[in-house]
Design a protein around this ligand. Structure first.
Ligand code: AMP
Ligand code: GLY
Length: 419
């Protein structure tokens, strides 16, 4: 099979790395890819958002299967366009991807189908939002309705922060069109947990749980980022807790989307908070998380291509997922200044000396050398019998790597990760 993966981050690197082990694939492409991905796939210089360019390339190259990893092309309907052109594509339709691309859509779905989530109100203008915000308990959470690279969420701890968050969204337009509608949401307390699951529209198979670390600095300080590192498992859940998440959240969500005429095929991401009154959803994503994918997929023992095909062939009920025992950790190494302004183009040293799997995000390869080319640069991965050992090994790996201005958290997996 000729397979094309869409995207250019660490998530796409781990997906390509895992797919490159599948005997089913004769040729693997990635658009646009990055320095590390070029080691395992042919990188094609087409942007992940160039829907027409991707469709044209797939048709002319005779691609059999396209895996769409990032949220933007999913929201833009890439999977729908590929299908119209007779190409099998992994990922939800634009309609099903609305669980991520519109928080208003996902909240409404959760309320109508009794899926536990934070209480909220939706606003389309600043005056009403400010008036409502005067009389609520703080902290509370202000969220842009649309896609904002994981950064459209502000936790307001006092009245000033609340007002400036509302103004940032409406009058200052800091999140562009994503902030045309704004949710104000109840603040939930408890540890965070991510559960990713494969779905064929009916059957849903959860992967091992994981935990992301969204803040830029140790002790969960600093701004929200795309994610600075992840561990698996994300929590020590009892069978009963696992069952509760499956029966109260995962299965009802897949059923709800099917009943809405938008069956979800692909990977669905449940961002949860384990509150004292049970698990609640704080967000859905319509794809693998980044860096959760880098922490999970190396532990998967199945042929990933077979799992993808079982989703798109609607026979996931025949698959059982197997994961390497123990735990894993990936530590993200970022450019100095990320998630704000940062410089790029610095040489990266020590990747080969590092005794770990290293997944590339913002890198490019020139004359056999790697250079920084983005905010999140690398994810250093290790697994072991326990998550604690995996954390130690991943940090051993990090010590080998150097580039100017690099920064990384030193407490991945060691902190409760509550924003
Ligand atoms: P999101 O992009 O919706 O995942 O939000 C980013 C981060 O904000 C989450 O990982 C949480 O740490 C935090 N967050 C979002 N919603 C809530 C909430 N209702 N209560 C507490 N924390 C939240
Ligand atoms: N790590 C969070 C995300 O991928 O949205």
């Amino acid at each position: 099979m000729k397979v094309l993966v869409i995207g250019s981050g660490g998530r796409e690197h781990v997906i390509c790395w895992k797919l490159s082990q599948s005997p089913k694939i004769s040729k693997l492409f990635c658009a646009p890819g990055n320095g590390g991905i070029s080691e395992v796939a042919d990188c094609v210089p087409i942007s992940a958002e160039d829907i027409q360019g991707i469709v044209q390339f797939s048709v002319s190259e005779g691609i059999d299967y396209v895996m769409v990893a990032p949220e933007n092309p999913l929201a833009l309907g890439l999977v729908d366009r590929l299908k119209e052109n007779g190409i099998v594509a992994f990922g939800p339709s634009a309609k099903a991807a609305m669980i991520e691309s519109s928080k208003a859509f996902s909240k409404d779905l959760m309320v109508r189908y009794h899926i536990p989530t934070a209480q909220y109100r939706l606003f389309d203008n600043e005056t009403d939002a400010l008036e409502y915000a005067h009389n609520i308990n703080l902290p509370a959470v202000v969220k842009a309705d649309g896609l904002a690279l994981g950064k459209g969420v502000i936790i307001a701890r006092d009245k000033e922060e609340m007002e400036s968050a509302i103004r940032a969204m409406f009058s200052e337009k800091k999140f562009g069109k994503a902030g045309d509608r704004v949710l104000i949401e109840e603040f939930l307390e408890g540890p965070e947990l991510t559960v990713l699951a494969f779905s064929d529209g009916d059957t849903v198979l959860p992967m091992v749980s994981s935990r992301d670390h969204k803040r830029a600095f140790d002790h969960d300080l600093g701004k929200n980022t795309g994610g600075m590192g992840a561990i698996t498992p994300g929590a020590d859940l009892s069978m009963e807790e696992e069952n509760q998440i499956l029966e109260m959240i995962i299965r009802p969500t897949i059923k709800a989307l099917r009943e809405e005429g938008a069956p979800f095929v692909g990977v669905i991401y449940f961002g949860l908070i384990l509150t004292s009154s049970g698990p609640k959803v704080i967000e859905y994503n319509a794809r693998f998380g980044d860096p959760e994918a880098q922490a999970i997929l190396p532990r998967l023992e199945n042929d990933l291509m077979e799992v993808f095909e079982a989703c798109t062939d609607h026979c996931l009920n025949r698959v059982s997922l197997r994961f390497k025992k123990g735990g894993s950790c990936c530590v993200v190494m970022a450019s100095g200044g990320y998630p704000d302004r940062y410089e790029k183009g610095f040489e990266i040293q020590g990747i080969k000396a590092c005794n770990c799997l290293v997944f590339h995000a913002g890198t490019k390869k020139v004359n056999g050398k790697y250079y920084t080319n983005g905010g999140r640069v690398l994810a250093v991965y290790a697994d072991a019998d326990t998550v604690d050992e995996a954390i130690d090994q991943a940090y051993e790996g990090v010590r080998n790597i150097q580039f100017r201005g690099m920064h990384f958290r030193t407490d991945i997996g060691r902190t409760g990760s509550k924003s």
